[in-house]
Design a protein around this ligand. Structure first.
Ligand code: ATP
Length: 236
């Protein structure tokens, strides 16, 4: 088997004295899709933040592509090909929707390609097209989530960490975003899907990790939803 793209080993993390995540092991194979599941407050978002460098682990390591990345600044982790979306405040509030999309794309791909990719983003999220001249800070929460997702979906990273995709998005948009996730996965992007609502994530992930009170309660092949509910309920 090939080396994993992402490997967390014995990761502990928290906020001040509070331990949110305890001894977590998790791997995502290159091009694979793993769902990180668990009830409210189980530590899923904290794990996502540890991966993208927003929270520093207090113990354990995170390796990406065979190199330890825990301890590196978030922008360096992003440069290596890890994107985390939608992470709160990840849009530039004082720039327009168009600028939010086009500026980073231009830097990475030049003006012509950036314009094509921006159009793709509007095709995927028509609401953003209608609001292209509006300041991102004045968008609704759901629209900001669309903007933050659009940026990574049209310019896929090597590993995409998607945190609570379903939250605040209309069901029809959730379905479309999941279709696009399946597409970018076929193009080689690995996925770590953090979800409290499991249905969609289970449709795409080939393995799952269930967190319970910060610890791994299960890791392996997807479970039927009734067994998952049992695991969630056992969380108390
Ligand atoms: P949810 O689905 O509710 O977001 P989660 O599984 O993603 O839950 P986390 O957000 O990682 O869980 O939170 C794990 C624990 O850490 C919770 O008890 C939460 O209250 C706590 N926590 C999260 N962020 C902070 C923070 N910035 N400061 C202090 N405690 C925090």
């Amino acid at each position: 088997m090939s080396a994993p793209l992402l490997e967390l080993a014995g990761v502990h993390a928290g906020y001040g004295p509070f331990k949110a995540v305890v001894d977590v092991d998790l791997t995502v194979p290159a091009g694979g899709a793993v769902a990180l599941l668990g009830p409210n407050g189980a530590g899923k978002t904290t794990v996502a933040r540890v991966v993208s460098g927003l929270v520093r682990p207090t113990a354990g390591t995170v390796a990406f592509d065979g190199e330890v990345i825990s301890g590196l600044p978030a922008h360096e982790i992003a440069r290596r090909g890890v994107a985390h979306a939608p992470e709160g405040r990840s849009v530039f509030a004082t720039l327009s929707v168009e600028e939010n999309l086009a500026l980073p794309l231009r830097q990475a791909h030049g003006t012509a390609r950036a314009a094509e990719l921006t159009d793709q983003a509007y095709a995927m999220f028509p609401r953003l097209g209608e609001r292209r001249a509006q300041l991102a800070g004045s968008l609704s929460g759901g629209e900001q989530r669309q903007l933050s997702l659009a940026r990574v979906l049209v310019d896929p990273p090597r590993l995409l960490v998607v945190d609570e995709l379903s939250l605040g998005l209309a069901p029809v948009i959730i379905g479309e975003v999941y279709q696009r996730l399946a597409e970018i996965r076929r193009l080689g992007t690995a996925l770590l899907l953090v979800e409290q609502y499991v249905e969609h994530a289970l449709g795409i992930a080939e393995s799952i990790v269930v967190l319970r009170a910060g610890e791994v309660a299960y890791a392996g092949a997807p479970l039927p939803t009734d067994e998952l509910s049992q695991l969630f309920l056992a969380a108390g």
